[in-house]
Write a protein that binds this ligand. Sequence first.
Ligand SMILES: [Zn+2]
Ligand SMILES: [Zn+2]
Length: 267
Amino acid sequence: MNFYTTILGSGAALPTVARHCSGQVVNINGYRILLDCGENTQTQMRIYHQKMQSMATICITHLHGDHFFGLPGLLSSMHLCGRKNPVDIYAPEGIANAMTTFMQAAGSHLDFELRYHELSHTEGSQLLFENQLCRIFAFPLVHSVPTYGYLIEEKPRGKNPARRYAYCSDTGYTESFLPHIHQVDLLCLESTFDNTFASVAAEKLHCTAAQAATLALKAEAQQLLLTHISARYKEPDKLLSEAQAIFPNTLIAADGGTYEVHYGKLN
Ligand SMILES: [Zn+2]
Ligand SMILES: [Zn+2]
């Protein structure tokens, strides 16, 4: 079964030509889930052949602009292209009010239903969604506003174990969510800074590459994918080498890159 993510934006708060703001599409055997929707996500979808009308489930990690400012535009385009099917949006509290205010101010009308599922804080992991292919869980991260990581778990088929993919952005270094991502097959984690900016990372509640690698190691993840790369890194080799020194099986996300969730225990 196919299980992979296509990165639409691997940058941090300030988009660049090479790295757009956060957004990615997880594909499980044709079922697509949009994780975050930063500015320009819909254009990136067109460039990287992700059909917007096939998206019915959208999960937003938090209400910083680089993670959801693309949502009004994407939804408007869905309407303009004739969408009738509902869209489910999972996000922290406040998304419904923010979107309603924005759409009313813009005089926007949608011919399809938006179903908001606002997440409220719990220490544990919450099951949000389940279909015949997968389940989606949310769990709290540590950031300057309420923020959730998402775990997508495939349903086991035959003798294969169920693969699991986790997306954690944005977060400061904390071990509080490690139980929720234990032994994931692919861990996509923010890595905004290199080691020389460790104090800035701590202050702004982001991770350095080394911290991301440490979390991957402690979680016993199979593979680490770094994302949310600061615009200051034109060539992020420094981030990659700092992470690989701690967790060798590390990749850096690139816009347009597709990353498969491998069967970690079978390889
Ligand atoms: Zn961010
Ligand atoms: Zn943020």
